[in-house]
Design a protein around this ligand. Structure first.
Ligand code: PLP
Length: 399
């Protein structure tokens, strides 16, 4: 007899989790997993930042009761996020045109934005970069939207297909939502230059497109301030603007699910109406966010000494990744002199589109226990001084 569940098909496996499962089952002691989306330190461990430990000690000492947070999250957190993302002295913050709600990680922020847009612009077309973080498409589709792509990565130049991207923006219907990576593009590592952003902002604004900036790696590119510039420049151009940001990577707080959705409106009055409706979206999803991660981030960002510690620790992560990029390029220059990997130094953030083919990735996995994503994406932040030698010799052999 048929039941509710008997006709349900197995959902497709998440391709990246599939890589991790295969990695876990591998008994080779030299195995390396470059398929992940997580920062590891030089010992191959996910760090617990000292600023986080200190903030947690302060919070433990307070032994505060675990009441519900407001629907939009902890006020101190939302304020600290606004100051970080837009700048405390920015016009949108001063004029109360920006609203911010704590979210369940960057993913939760994107989902809130998608659900909000579905309520108020149900027929909008959504555009994501080709390629993009896989979940962008799935999130907007699950909110009920049709999701399209705009050209982004150019495999020939290993950079951005800027002309293609600009042309696509020039033909999108007004009101379309354009999802843009604010910095450290995932999966390619290829970012736009400041001059290119100027042109993107001009087209998006003049054509009445809705920018949705996703910032999951602030501080991993050039620095906290520099990486946030794109958000500030869009905010200066006026609203409407959506910004999702995540502290999963920059605070190494993956499992605490700390992120936020900010929306910039034309006036304080408009912003208040937007916030009231965003709260409805939150209320009917999960009512209000968890408190621990938000408390930790708010404490760090608003305590000068902890803030400095965080900036130093984040700089340490950024510099270590850059050192690994340099070692990767230099090592391959030696091991595979006929190939040029200089482009890896131009890429920003945790990832590199390495240019390795699906076939090469398969051989790396089957013969060398080096795991990458089929697209050739490698996580540079998973390389360290101990495993890079094995990775370089394995890559040199498959080239
Ligand atoms: N956006 C991008 C581009 C990402 O790469 C990620 C995480 O990998 C996220 C959003 C989601 O971040 P979170 O883990 O905080 O949900």
């Amino acid at each position: 007899t048929s039941t509710l569940f008997s006709a349900i098909d197995m959902a497709p496996r998440d391709p990246i989790l599939g890589v991790t499962e295969a990695f876990n089952a591998d008994t080779n002691p030299s195995k390396v997993n470059l398929g992940v989306g997580v920062y590891y330190d030089d010992n191959g461990k996910v760090p617990l930042l000292a600023c986080v430990q200190k903030a947690e000690a302060l919070l433990m000492e307070k032994a505060a009761p675990r009441t519900y947070l407001p629907i939009e999250g902890l006020a101190a957190y939302d304020r600290a996020v606004q100051d970080l993302v837009f700048g405390a002295d920015s016009a949108v913050v001063r004029e109360k045109r920006a609203i911010t709600a704590q979210a369940i990680g960057g993913t939760g922020a994107l989902k809130l934005g998608a659900d909000f847009l579905k309520r108020f612009s149900p027929d909008a077309q959504i555009y994501i970069s080709d390629p993009s973080w896989e979940n962008h498409r799935a999130l907007f589709e699950s909110a009920g939207f049709q999701v399209n792509t705009y050209p982004y990565y150019d495999a020939n130049t290993r950079g951005v297909n800027f002309d293609g991207m600009l042309q696509a923006l020039q033909t999108m219907p007004a009101g379309s939502v354009v999802v843009l990576h604010a910095c450290c593009h995932n999966p390619t590592g290829a970012d736009l230059s400041d001059a290119q952003w100027t042109q993107i902002i001009e087209v998006v604004t003049s054509r009445g497109l809705i920018p949705f900036l996703d910032m999951a790696y602030q501080g991993f590119g050039e620095g906290i301030e520099a990486d946030g510039q794109v958000v500030r420049r869009f905010a200066d151009a006026g609203g409407p603007l959506f910004v999702s940001n995540s502290f999963s990577k920059s605070f190494s707080l993956y499992g605490e699910r700390v992120g936020a959705l900010s929306i910039v409106a034309a006036s304080a009055e408009e912003a208040a109406r937007v916030m009231s409706q965003l709260k409805r979206v939150i209320r009917t999803n999960y009512s209000n966010p968890p408190s621990h991660g938000g408390q930790v981030v708010a404490t760090v960002l608003s305590t000068p000494e902890l803030r400095q510690l965080w900036e130093d620790e984040l700089a340490g992560m950024r510099v270590r990744i850059r050192e690994m990029r340099a070692a990767f390029v230099a090592g391959l220059k030696e091991a595979a002199p006929n190939h040029n990997f200089d482009f890896v130094m131009q890429q920003r953030g945790m990832f590199s589109y390495s240019g390795l083919s699906k076939e090469q990735v398969t051989v790396l996995r089957e013969q060398h226990s080096v795991y990458a994503v089929d697209t050739g994406r490698i996580c540079v932040a998973a390389l360290n001084s101990k495993n890079i030698g094995h990775v370089l010799s394995a890559i040199a052999q498959v080239l």
